[in-house]
Design a protein around this ligand. Structure first.
Ligand SMILES: Cc1cc2nc3c(=O)[nH]c(=O)nc-3n(C[C@H](O)[C@H](O)[C@H](O)COP(=O)(O)OP(=O)(O)OC[C@H]3O[C@@H](n4cnc5c(N)ncnc54)[C@H](O)[C@@H]3O)c2cc1C
Length: 489
């Protein structure tokens, strides 16, 4: 008889959802293997904003998740617009340029509302994601579509609450334990793992194994191999432990690589951010208010339509675009009219400040003459109209060679500020193919018996770009499925 019913590799949102789900569905002996020591546990989930994107038909559907919202935010429900499945689908299709796998997308979106309720039922307390997706207009807060709710205390809270939920169910968690290889029986069924811990190397047997151990964003050699330059030099926004181990182990037993292996999620972050995620700063190095300003590179030129769409639909590709600029850096420039709209996270930054464009560009290590020209040309092209941060306001600077499509107000109110940014990698898009039971498919397109995957390891959903809040939702949906089916449900 195997030692465990289910071995779960990893201890982030996806893996812990799988472990809890397996136990809930009848697996009695569930063990979680976490590569990190206890004080660094929880993968990218710990560093995340804790934001979940899910489909719902009426604002009222949020009430069970955030029952106190109206008390803390009077009029909360009025500012929320419904986000039916069709809208989620359209967003995912649009930002991935039509490449998302429709079968996986259907599982993710179709199960998103039910799963967020299940997550909450496990003791994950939710709250409105004010600082991430709320914009105050008069007395009402308007919310970015579909991305309204996050875990209380963001990723730090989410991770802690998942560990608490697992521990309450008596699930064993082994820290500093790295799965290094999958074990197969003579019939090809995955029957356990080989794991390394401070005591040595041991084989652990199980009826099923769930891999929820992240992508390869923290592996410089794999970044160079699959993403190419300049990703080898990218700062990692989260954990240093996601080095592609699960992908390697799965592919070694015949798993089908799937999705965009040259793609990743990466965002504009403070140019001075540390090389790996900081446990206390977590996602506070993000700089996502660029739709309200102008973005220039060291050549003093714009290189991106800052107003292409709401930030949550463009931020995940912008990091890579910035990293591809000379020196991998850029500056976000704002005037005083919009500084009150900048996300609170900007308070962790040190902008250059000046009362004129001339003085501002003097303070920046850019081609100053070109930068001055860029700012003046932008102002000359900015059309008149009504600026509205809560909708795609169509206030454009369309005469420019590179237009700005929305929120293109003139920069005319000093002081002007310039925040230095670079591109930080969040997670990689390449993964393995799973089916509707989260079973890992082999290169023969048949499930590998006994093997399941979830979270960042699932390939095929994200290509080129990503709608904010979808990673945690996907982790919860496929984690829950993986755990339940691994338990034999
Ligand atoms: C700064 C930041 C902010 C983010 N904000 C959001 C957000 O607000 N909303 C959202 O949806 N997404 C967000 N994301 C993305 C989100 O965090 C990830 O999509 C999600 O955490 C992935 O979950 P996961 O469980 O697959 O991986 P992780 O949470 O990264 O967990 C992987 C686990 O596997 C372990 N591991 C790795 N290799 C091994 C091995 N060989 N053996 C044992 N264990 C191993 C790791 O230590 C870790 O515990 C953010 C990410 C970052 C970095």
């Amino acid at each position: 008889m195997p030692e465990f019913d289910v071995i779960v590799v990893g201890a982030g949102n996806a893996a812990l959802a799988a472990a809890v789900s397996a136990q809930e569905q009848g697996a009695r002996r569930v063990v979680v293997l976490e590569k990190a020591p206890r004080e660094l546990r929880g993968g990218n989930t710990h560093y995340s904003g804790g934001l979940f994107r899910f489909a719902f038909d009426r604002a009222e559907d949020l009430r069970p998740l955030v029952p106190d919202a109206e008390t803390h935010i009077p009029g909360f429900m009025t500012g929320v617009q419904p986000y039916p499945r069709a809208m989620f689908e359209a967003d995912l299709m649009r930002v991935t340029e039509g490449r998302t796998d429709p079968e996986l997308a259907e599982i993710l979106i179709g199960r998103s509302y039910d799963t967020i309720g299940w997550v909450a039922a496990q003791g994950i307390v939710m709250e409105p994601a004010v600082s991430l997706s709320g914009i105050k207009v008069g007395n009402t807060i308007k919310w970015s579509p579909g991305a309204v709710v996050r875990a209380r205390q963001e990723g730090v809270g989410l991770s802690r609450m998942w560990f608490d939920a697992a521990e309450r169910r008596g699930i064993e968690i082994r820290y500093e334990t790295t799965a290094t290889r999958l074990v197969q029986d003579a019939r090809g069924r995955v029957a356990g793992v080989v794991a390394r811990d401070p005591q040595g190397v041991a084989e652990l047997s199980a009826t099923s194994v769930v891999l929820g151990c992240g992508g390869f964003e923290a592996n410089t050699a794999w970044r160079a191999r699959y993403l190419g330059r300049p990703w080898d030099h990218a700062k990692v926004r989260g954990t240093r432990y996601n080095t592609g181990d699960g992908l390697r182990m799965a592919i070694d037993v015949g798993a089908l690589p799937y999705g965009q292996w040259t793609g990743c999620h990466s965002t504009p972050i403070d140019a001075g951010a540390p090389p790996y995620g900081d446990r206390k700063l977590t996602d506070k190095t993000n700089r996502l208010s660029y739709p309200f300003g102008v973005l220039v590179n060291t050549r003093g030129r714009r290189f991106f339509d800052e107003g292409e769409d709401f930030q949550l639909y463009t931020y995940a590709k912008l990091g890579g675009i910035i990293l591809g600029q000379p020196g991998g850096v850029a500056w976000q420039i704002f005037d005083d009219k919009v500084t009150s709209l900048l996300e609170g996270r900007y308070q962790t930054g040190k902008p250059a400040t000046a009362d004129s464009f001339k003085d501002l560009v003097q303070a920046l290590p850019v081609d100053r003459a070109a930068c001055l020209r860029t700012l003046e040309d932008y102002n000359a092209a900015a059309e008149s109209g009504v600026f509205d941060p809560t909708l795609r306001d169509g206030l454009a600077a369309s005469r420019l060679e590179l237009p700005k499509s929305n929120w293109a107000q003139r920069l005319d109110t000093p002081p002007f500020v310039a925040y230095p940014v670079t591109g930080g990698i969040t997670f990689t898009f390449g993964g393995v193919r799973v089916d509707d039971h989260a079973r890992v498919m082999s290169t023969s397109w048949a499930p590998i018996p006994g093997l399941y995957a979830c979270g960042e390891m699932v390939g095929g959903l994200f290509h080129v770009n990503y709608p904010g809040g979808t990673g945690l939702m996907s982790g919860a949906v496929f984690g829950r499925l993986a755990g339940a089916h691994a338990a034999g449900a």
